[in-house]
Design a protein around this ligand. Structure first.
Ligand code: ADP
Ligand code: MG
Length: 378
């Protein structure tokens, strides 16, 4: 009900009613981790956790007044002097910067944001904020709201303005989600295709701070670029790492660390294709692929954590669970668990106390299923 909250925050901050409210979704990646920036394939779903943005034009100046969560006051974003401030307003500022850079004359606006996506847990609250804000502004100004184009604009905002070298998976999920459908994505070139997915999955947030994440993520991006360069020395026709074959990887000369990163990327894309084939054939999500993905992320990509490994092992000891893996960038954050719905419900009840006893902090967990991406709220 973040749409209702955004309206309430709006009225409290600015008085009166917003012209419209738009929202975008958080996401859970079913499989295909750390492949988007390597030109690979992924299979995320948009989920029922959302960020809503209420907007109204404001005559007089080209300044956006924005509030999030109904607290923290109203902040000013001067369209003529947008700059990185290393705070949350960098995300909407980045989107404004892209729109203005594309030649849109963006007038001043009043904006209120509300969200129930936990921030920084790997469910992609940042992309939901960018896409919900972008969709609201485009709708308000009567601009084209092609969802793929909007997602790519928001990705550029996060890369160029916020300074995170991210791929496009999060923004595409936030924008393009569909109820009952997972999104089979390709990233070189960009492709989004719905695949039937009616299952419920359990998301477990390990609730561990991930101070290392930003720098470790950038390290992986660099290591993958280095692995690609090494492969291109023996196979110049390879343009993205995900396109390389195991045989090319074996022949190329590179340090062991880079080889392991590349091995994960190549194998992970094959797992995505196998999962898509299974779902399109009417099967449930193949849990074994999730476990293989987790093992690869842990050993070859080194982005798991003791807490994520604990959740995966605990889940697999529970009856009726078919698979589990870390989801999102890793280094803490969330795991996704697959299985029959009643088994997931039982797991969500038992894991809280057992995790607290083993790890010392309380995990949060949510049952979610595939939901809509960017939309206008009535
Ligand atoms: P994730 O996208 O996995 O949640 P990130 O670190 O990429 O994690 O993004 C989290 C950041 O996005 C927050 O620290 C905050 O700056 C910003 N953010 C996300 N949602 C909101 C929101 N509703 N209001 C204000 N800032 C938000
Ligand atoms: Mg993010």
């Amino acid at each position: 009900m973040t749409a209702v909250e955004a309206r309430q925050h709006f009225t409290r901050s600015f008085g009166g009613e917003p012209t419209l409210v738009a929202s975008a979704a958080g996401r859970v990646n079913l499989i295909g981790e750390h492949v988007d920036y390597n030109g690979g394939e992924a299979l995320p779903i948009a989920i029922q956790r959302r960020t809503s943005v209420a907007v109204r034009l404001r005559a007089g100046d080209r300044v956006t007044r924005i509030n999030s969560g109904g607290t923290g006051g109203v902040l000013m974003l001067d369209h003529g002097q947008l700059r990185r401030r290393k705070k949350w307003t960098d995300y909407p500022s980045g989107v404004l910067d892209q729109l203005i850079g594309a030649g849109v004359d963006v007038p001043g606006m009043e904006v209120a944001v509300a969200s129930d996506i936990p921030s920084g847990s790997g469910l992609s609250s940042s992309a939901a904020l960018e896409v919900a804000f972008g969709f609201a502004v485009q709708s308000l100004l009567g601009l084209d709201t092609d969802r793929v184009a909007l997602a790519l604009l928001c990705q550029r905002a996060e890369r160029e303005f916020v300074g995170v070298p991210c791929g496009a998976m999060d923004q595409l999920s936030a924008a393009c989600g569909e109820p009952g459908q997972a999104l089979h994505m390709g990233f070189a070139p960009v492709m989004v295709r719905p695949v039937p997915f009616a299952e419920t999955v359990l998301v477990v947030d390990t609730a561990v701070p991930r101070s290392l994440r930003g720098s470790a993520y950038a390290d992986r991006v660099r290591e993958c670029a280095a692995a690609l360069s090494a492969i291109q020395r023996i196979a110049p026709e390879v343009t993205v790492l995900a396109e390389a074959t195991t045989e090319q990887l074996d022949r190329a000369e590179m340090p062991d660390v880079e080889r392991r990163r590349a091995r994960h990327v190549i194998a992970e894309c094959e797992r995505v294709r196998l999962a898509v084939r299974a779902l399109e054939g009417g099967a449930r999500f193949p849990g074994a692929l999730a476990l293989e993905s987790h093992a690869s992320l842990r050993a070859d990509y080194e982005c798991s954590s003791p807490e994520l490994d604990w959740v995966v092992e605990y889940a697999m000891r529970s009856p009726g669970i078919s698979g589990a893996r870390l989801t999102g960038a890793g280094w803490g954050g969330c795991a996704v668990v697959f299985g029959e719905e009643h088994a997931l419900e039982a797991l969500s009840r038992s894991i809280t106390a057992d995790y607290a006893a083993a790890i010392g902090s309380r995990p949060r967990s949510w049952l979610v299923s595939a939901d809509a991406g960017a939309r206008l709220e009535g």
